[in-house]
Design a protein around this ligand. Structure first.
Ligand code: ATP
Ligand code: ZN
Length: 292
């Protein structure tokens, strides 16, 4: 059977989280410094460790079947090519969150979009920036730089920048302030548009199902408590359970039962206090590893 080829960032902000989610989905890899491709022993897949910027192209060309990549890079490639993008997003992963924003030196007052007219904007995302201003009929000159975008205004290369921001601390330490957000992004799992064989498509569905199971598990808590029998209905109303809770007899305590429930959200202290107030005792809230 043809194995799935999965690309992730070799070393950077997304690497550890991608490896963690794959590990929790049951995919462990054999890494070796001399090899570009790491085989998985527990799933018919191979991992390709590459620069994140290359992942959209690898997806479009079918070099990899799946890629974990920031939406910012997929959007840049989509606008750059203007043709069919060559990939589709199949899962949003909820990490690597950032925004692509315009920023100006602090001393620029009242930064409206019109301020950018005829200004030089440095960015690693020329297609997104060009498209954004074109749609708004504002002429700008876009300067493509591949890194250290935030120092270009102080070097006199550009009047403003457009770069990825998460906390804003890099902008701040370079004397810049954020003005408009062009795009919000997170890490996604994308699939190549080059057709997969049916067995590979099954593997993709299986992997996506497992990843969804891991994501759901992160949001799910298992709650256990003992409670007076006559309070079961009240307690079930308080619990945000995924399915009907299990109610079990307690040996030697005829007036009491044990209640167990999987809840599709965190259980806050307020909920535990409400449970206690209606007679629940030994209330335990446990994390969940996997859900199917
Ligand atoms: P590579 O060597 O793989 O090209 P890189 O330096 O381009 O690495 P990173 O800085 O590790 O990449 O960022 C990878 C991705 O993480 C970005 O494309 C983006 O989707 C996401 N990200 C989240 N927060 C930020 C941030 N504050 N700055 C940059 N990227 C961020
Ligand atoms: Zn990169």
């Amino acid at each position: 059977m043809k194995r799935l080829r999965i690309a992730i960032q070799k070393s950077g902000r997304l690497t550890d989280k991608c490896l963690d989610i794959l590990d929790r989905a049951g995919l462990q890899f054999q890494f070796s410094k001399s090899r570009l491709i790491s085989p998985c022993e527990t799933f018919p897949a191979d991992l390709l460790l590459v620069r994140d910027d290359d992942i959209p192209e690898y997806l479009a060309s079918g070099t990899c079947d799946l890629g974990f990549v920031g939406e910012n890079l997929l959007e840049e490639r989509r606008l750059e090519r203007q043709d069919t993008p060559g990939f589709e997003v199949i899962s949003r992963l909820g990490f690597g969150k950032c925004r692509l924003s315009l920023a100006t030196p602090n001393d620029v007052k009242d930064v409206s979009l019109d301020w950018y007219g005829n200004k030089k904007i440095a960015t690693s995302y020329p297609a997104i920036v060009t498209n954004y201003f074109k749609e708004r009929d504002i002429p700008v000159s876009v300067i493509e730089v591949s890194g250290s975008v935030e120092i270009t205004p102080s070097l006199g290369i550009a009047d403003a920048i457009c770069d990825l921001v998460s906390t804003g601390s890099t902008l701040k330490s370079n004397g810049l302030k954020e003005s408009q957000v062009l795009l919000r992004s997170e890490c996604v799992l994308a699939q190549s548009a080059i057709g997969l064989q049916p067995e590979q498509a099954d593997l993709v569905s299986k992997l996506v199902g497992r990843i969804e199971g891991v994501q759901l598990a992160d949001k799910t808590r298992y709650v256990m408590m003992n409670a007076p029998k006559d309070q079961v209905e009240v307690i079930c109303d308080i619990l945000p359970s995924m399915e009907a809770p299990s109610v079990m007899e307690l040996k030697g305590q005829p007036g009491k039962v044990a209640i167990h429930a999987a809840c599709a959200q965190d259980i806050f202290w307020e909920t535990m206090e409400k449970l206690k107030a209606v007679g629940a005792t030994s209330v335990l809230v446990l994390p969940i590893e996997k859900v199917i």
